[in-house]
Design a protein around this ligand. Structure first.
Ligand SMILES: C[S@@+](CC[C@H](N)C(=O)[O-])C[C@H]1O[C@@H](n2cnc3c(N)ncnc32)[C@H](O)[C@@H]1O
Length: 209
């Protein structure tokens, strides 16, 4: 975890779960900005030390397993918008791309880097979809970022709206939690995924209505 400045320590411990998480990711995003070590700000702002090509390619494969094309894709916790950009470059059909992230600096960098996508600065837990949502909507979401009860409510909310969902996480997250696969997250003990792909570097489950 990045070192917080001394005066901020007391504040950190009075914060709730999402305030702490936001402070953590904000620090990561800001720590990338002034360094000149050959890794671009846009990669570091999303919390990566190298471009996660392998993981992104698995997400593209996963999107292709759906029997239809999508009109709209959302990345919940989009960071600097890198994953959305990878999707645009590899999916092979036109899409509206949206990203939601609660770190203002990440959203500013995302807007600057990818002005054609729509970015929303908000805690995903509080984000409500517009009423005129197109039929073929896909969201991608990592359970690691949410409290278990919130994550389950979010997924049920998305399913109620007929939104297709890819639940994914990164292998370093799994090893940090001593989980073998994404199915070790609490949600999957209660609800069965209708389809899943297990891969060495990224674990992906698809829940559909
Ligand atoms: C590892 S980065 C992933 C970025 C992007 N999804 C990708 O795969 O390239 C995780 C991002 O999730 C965001 N995040 C975590 N919890 C969030 C929440 N509750 N609401 C909104 N954004 C959140 C962080 O700010 C961070 O930018």
């Amino acid at each position: 975890m990045p070192v917080l400045r001394m005066g901020e320590h007391w504040l950190f411990f009075t914060m709730n779960y999402y305030q702490r998480s936001r402070a953590y990711y904000r620090e990561i995003c800001l720590s990338g900005v002034d360094d000149h070590d050959g890794v671009s700000d846009i990669i570091k702002c999303s919390g990566f030390s190298t471009y996660p090509e392998e993981e992104y390619s698995v997400i593209i494969e996963t999107i292709r397993y759906f029997p239809h094309q999508f009109d709209v894709i959302y990345d919940m916790g989009c960071g600097s918008g890198l994953l959305l950009n990878y999707i645009e470059n590899h999916i092979g059909y036109p899409l509206k791309l949206y990203g939601v992230d609660f770190v203002e600096e990440s959203i500013m960098l995302a807007n600057k880097s990818f002005p054609n996508y729509s970015f929303i600065c908000k805690n995903v837990v509080d984000y409500k979809f517009p009423l005129n949502l197109p039929d073929k909507c896909l969201i991608m979401i990592d359970p690691y970022h949410y409290r278990e009860d919130d994550f389950e409510k979010l997924i049920l909310y998305y399913l109620q709206l007929d939104i297709n969902i890819i639940i994914y996480t990164y292998s370093d997250v799994l090893s940090g939690l001593s989980y073998k696969t994404i199915f070790d997250f609490e949600l999957f003990k209660k609800h069965k995924a209708s389809f899943c792909i297990i891969n060495n570097s990224i674990n992906t489950a698809i829940l559909t209505t």
